[in-house]
Each structure stands twice: as structure tokens, then as C-alpha cells.
Design a protein around this ligand. Structure first.
Ligand SMILES: C[S@@+](CC[C@H](N)C(=O)[O-])C[C@H]1O[C@@H](n2cnc3c(N)ncnc32)[C@H](O)[C@@H]1O
Length: 319
């Protein structure tokens, strides 16, 4: 997307600092228009403190507070402060303490400090030798959650952690699940996704040779088929939502799902997780999406959600 990129790894596998040969506004708009698959969060570094360039005991906190206090956008605004830190960081307290400290030192902004729905986000990352800080509109952070870590409370009686993936897809892709009526859930057991769809008021057909959780089996909105997905047959256009979380070979999953897509009506939505077993994930994602595209599926988003481990989630619409 950017041609030459100079990057420094701040936390291996987690955080990097990149220098791009474009104006910040252009970069941020470009990323917002073409959401990346693997990058979870981004902020423009407006302010950088490098310990090597400053004497011991120099007051980075005072300088940061001064920098933020003089930003006219922040005056009287709804602001979320999102602090993060690496091990052995220049800030020795917790990230929560960093946030509290900044909030208490920024009172002259007359801002309202919020967690969600902020007008501006102040991002601060403390590493071993640098403090990176930036002020941005939430739309330019890829995610308005701190570091893109979308956290949900575990509910009492929650059937599986897998449910978080669908809750996150709902938020991140902006899908209104209550607008659907008939859902097909392939690889449904033990039933986290099925329970989510039932809660949104849908009728669900769950396909899995494994057992569904006992709390679900008597639901009048649920049909359970204890079968392999290769053995089931449906009517054409029977469903308006198709979900699949089979944790199986990605290409075989794509093939199997494609063979069942006759049952999804045109305009219907599909959410499919794809395991990334290969060392070349981008090539694999291209192969898998090509299989779906041959089945009249248009990929709206492909994203490694916070709750995806070695997989991505595809959000597709049938045309
Ligand atoms: C990761 S679990 C699904 C978790 C589920 N989404 C939830 O929220 O509880 C994967 C499931 O896929 C099922 N599965 C794997 N291959 C399948 C196939 N060919 N047909 C149907 N189900 C399959 C497994 O039996 C397993 O229950």
C-alpha cells in the first residue's frame, strides 16, 4: 500500500513503529478505506520521546501533558485515553495507572473522559526506551478498542469461548443479526454460535456430528442435525444466514461450504472462519476466497479478529 516502509519492532509479533513516505492523513484514510486483515490497531505518532536522546530524570510526563494540553481539538471533548506498555517500559506503573495519572494532569482541558464513543482517542505506548503518543479520531485507529483488544464479559452459563468470535464479528463488521430469520450453523457444537443466533431471535439449523450443549436442545427455534456437513441436504434458498466455524482444513472447508451455498438465498450473509495452517497465509487466503467467489460470494471483509487465534473470519454476501 505504501511502497517504502521503514519499521522498528517494538514488541516482537505485537507492536511495530513504521515510517511511511506519505502524509499522515493520506495513510490513515487509505487504511480506513482498505482495512487490513492482520493489523488490529493503529495510531499516528504525534509525539515521541526517546530516552537515549534525553538525560536521565528528564520529565517526559510533563512534556507529554504539555503537548496534550495544547491540542485545541481536545478542549471540552469526549476523550478516551488508551495506554499500553511493554515489559520493562519507561513507565513502571500499570497501564491503568498511566491513564489515571494523565486524566488527573489533563484537568485544564475540561474534557469528559470516557471509555467508549469518544470523539478523540489519546493513545500512549510506553516501551523500554520510547514513549509514543498520538491523538486521533476513533475512525482512524482501525479499532476504537485499546490496541484492538475487543473484550467481552464471560456470561454465566456461556457454552463456549467461540461465541466471542461472533459477538466481535457483529461489532467489527457492523452486522445486524436480528435482521435475519433462518440461519444454518455448520460445525455448530457445542453451540456458542448457535446460542448467540437464538438470542438474536433467529431460527437455527445446527449441523455437527458432535453433541450440542444440553441447555440448547429443547429450544423450539433450533433444529439439530447430528451429521457430517457432507451428508446434509436442504432446500434451495432455505437460509438467509450461513455460519461455519469448523476448525478444519481451510481448503476442504471452503469446498464443503461452497457445496452447501445453494441453500443460502441471494443477498444472504455468510460468516466463515478459516484456519491458517500454512506458512503463507496471504496465498492461502487468496485461494480460499477464490473458491468462495466462484460460488457467487462477495467478500466484504477478511479479518483476524481479536478472538481468532490461528484463523481469520470471512464476512461475505451472496449475489
Ligand atoms: C471449533 S468447534 C465449533 C464451535 C462452535 N462454533 C461454538 O460456538 O460452540 C468445531 C466443530 O466443527 C465440527 N466439525 C468438524 N468437521 C465437521 C464436518 N465435516 N461436518 C460438521 N461438523 C464438523 C466439530 O465436530 C466441532 O464440533
Amino acid at each position: 500500500m505504501f511502497g517504502a516502509v521503514k519499521s522498528t519492532i517494538v514488541v516482537p509479533g505485537e507492536v511495530m513503529y513504521v515510517l511511511l513516505p506519505q502524509q499522515a492523513e493520506q495513510v490513515l484514510a487509505n487504511v480506513a478505506d482498505h482495512p487490513p486483515i492482520f493489523l488490529r490497531h493503529l495510531f499516528h505518532v504525534d509525539w515521541l520521546w526517546n530516552a537515549q536522546e534525553n538525560e536521565d530524570g528528564a520529565d517526559w510526563i510533563g512534556e507529554l501533558v504539555h503537548f496534550l494540553s495544547s491540542d485545541p481539538r481536545l478542549r471540552g471533548s469526549k476523550i478516551a485515553i488508551q495506554p499500553r506498555k511493554s515489559e520493562g517500559a519507561l513507565w513502571s506503573g500499570s497501564a491503568a495507572e498511566l491513564k489515571e495519572m494523565l486524566e488527573s494532569r489533563l484537568t485544564e482541558l475540561s474534557a469528559e473522559f470516557v471509555v467508549r464513543d469518544a470523539e478523540y482517542i489519546i493513545s500512549v505506548f510506553a516501551s523500554k526506551d520510547c514513549i509514543f503518543a498520538g491523538v486521533s479520531h476513533p475512525a482512524y485507529n482501525i479499532s476504537d478498542w485499546n490496541g484492538g483488544a475487543v473484550r467481552f464479559q464471560r456470561e454465566e452459563g456461556q457454552i463456549s469461548r467461540a461465541k466471542f468470535k461472533l459477538l466481535e464479528a457483529e461489532r467489527v463488521f457492523g452486522i445486524d443479526f436480528t435482521a435475519f430469520h433462518q440461519a444454518l450453523d455448520i460445525g455448530a457444537a457445542p453451540g456458542g454460535w448457535t446460542s448467540f443466533l437464538l438470542e438474536r431471535g433467529l431460527n437455527v439449523t445446527a449441523v455437527d456430528p458432535a453433541r450440542m450443549h444440553p441447555s440448547l436442545v429443547s429450544s423450539p427455534q433450533l433444529t439439530i442435525l447430528r451429521k457430517n456437513a457432507g451428508e446434509v441436504k436442504f432446500k434451495d434458498n432455505q437460509f438467509d444466514l450461513f455460519v461455519c466455524d469448523m476448525s478444519w482444513s481451510p481448503k476442504l472447508t471452503a469446498k464443503l461450504v461452497s457445496e452447501l451455498l445453494y441453500a443460502l438465498e441471494s443477498g444472504g450473509t455468510a460468516i466463515v472462519t478459516v484456519k491458517l495452517l500454512s506458512k503463507k497465509p496471504m496465498a492461502l487466503i487468496q485461494e480460499v476466497t477464490a473458491i468462495f467467489e466462484r460460488s457467487r460470494m462477495q467478500v466484504q471483509r477478511a479479518k483476524q479478529l481479536f478472538h481468532n487465534r490461528d484463523e481469520i473470519t470471512l464476512y461475505m454476501i451472496k449475489y
